[in-house]
Design a protein around this ligand. Structure first.
Ligand SMILES: O=C(O)CCC(=O)C(=O)O
Ligand SMILES: [Fe+2]
Length: 313
């Protein structure tokens, strides 16, 4: 069995840097090289104070405490965007998607659906959180694009990004007979993922040679994770790390993932294709790929992308 690495995820400081400065350029390269090697890294953010984080997670708990019939009202025409309840293969897990969480109107209408007389506190806190995290998403993307010298494509991403805030709850096991798998081994299908958790660990990432690393979130930290779509965009340079959640905690674990999706086509910049790096993935419509994935959920890893738009050279 693969061993569990004790090392920590790289931590990169990306806040408060002046674009164009020497430290900015160095950080851009570091972000890109770390995503190429590990597919993820940790960021400690000034914006995620302990008080704010407590407030966010209290609101998340209040949401999951609602009756199942209420939570089930959260549906979506997009796959895997609405409420997902526990089921046989993953009894510990529940998740709620809030679409367009960076738009205050959309968060308010989600809250109105969950609480008939609204929930101002929830809307305010969750919208502030989504805004903070979406800024980080934009920053990381800009840094990677700049490091590859293809920043001219970043604007079209900025204009067409949709943000899904995915709130996850993992309850503890009821007995030793129950599985401890909170989330099965998978790679993400959005463009970039920015994750935080309450104080309960459980996330594990496969780094190299099948080695699993358990992620110890430091306070005020986010994990930035690349995905299959980002890997395709980079012509296979960026790694889309396999990850899972194992629940050994005795209390509920909550996490929040901000998922960015590109409305429209994702295509590898021509600058990233040459004789040594032939094109690996055909251009693809991001949401259509998500639909394909949702219909073929046995391919939880990057095989889904290979089957959908991979080019066999
Ligand atoms: O809960 C976590 O830490 C990870 C969640 C996750 O992998 C996902 O939502 O795709
Ligand atoms: Fe994931």
């Amino acid at each position: 069995m693969a061993s569990l690495a004790q090392s920590k995820l790289p931590i990169i400081n990306i806040e408060n840097l002046k674009p164009g400065s020497k430290s900015w350029i160095l950080a851009c390269h570091k972000v890109r090289h770390t995503l190429e090697e590990y597919g993820c890294f940790m960021v400690v953010s000034d914006g995620l104070s302990q008080d704010f984080k407590n407030e966010v997670y209290e609101n998340v708990k209040t949401l999951f405490d609602l009756p199942t019939e209420t939570k089930m009202k959260n549906t979506s025409d997009k796959p895997l965007h609405g409420y997902l309840g526990p089921f046989r293969t993953r009894p510990l897990y529940e998740s709620m998607g809030i679409e367009h969480a960076t738009s205050v109107e959309d968060v308010v209408s989600f809250a109105n659906l969950m609480w008939p007389s609204g929930n101002h506190q929830f809307s305010k806190t969750i919208h502030s959180y989504a805004s903070l995290v979406s800024k980080l998403e934009k920053l990381v993307r800009k840094m990677v694009f700049e490091s590859y010298g293809v920043e001219k494509y970043d604007e079209s991403f900025d204009e067409s990004m949709a943000y899904l805030l995915k709130l996850n709850k993992y309850r503890p096991r009821k007995s030793d007979d129950e599985t401890n798998v909170g989330a099965m081994i998978h790679t993400d299908k959005n463009f970039l993922t920015i994750l935080s958790q309450n104080q309960m660990n459980g996330l594990e990432v496969q780094i190299k040679d099948g080695e699993w690393m358990s992620v110890d979130f430091s306070p005020s930290s986010f994990v930035v994770m690349a995905t299959d779509a980002f890997m395709a965009w980079s012509n296979g340079r960026i790694k889309s790390p396999s990850h899972r959640v194992l629940m050994n905690a005795e209390e509920d674990r909550y996490s929040i993932a901000l998922f960015s999706f590109k409305k429209g086509i994702i295509e590898t910049p021509e600058e990233l294709v040459d004789d040594q790096h032939p094109l690996k993935f055909k251009p693809f419509d991001h949401y259509k790929f998500l639909e394909f994935y949702a219909k073929n959920l046995r391919y939880l890893d990057e095989r889904a992308l290979m089957l959908y738009c991979g080019i066999i050279n």
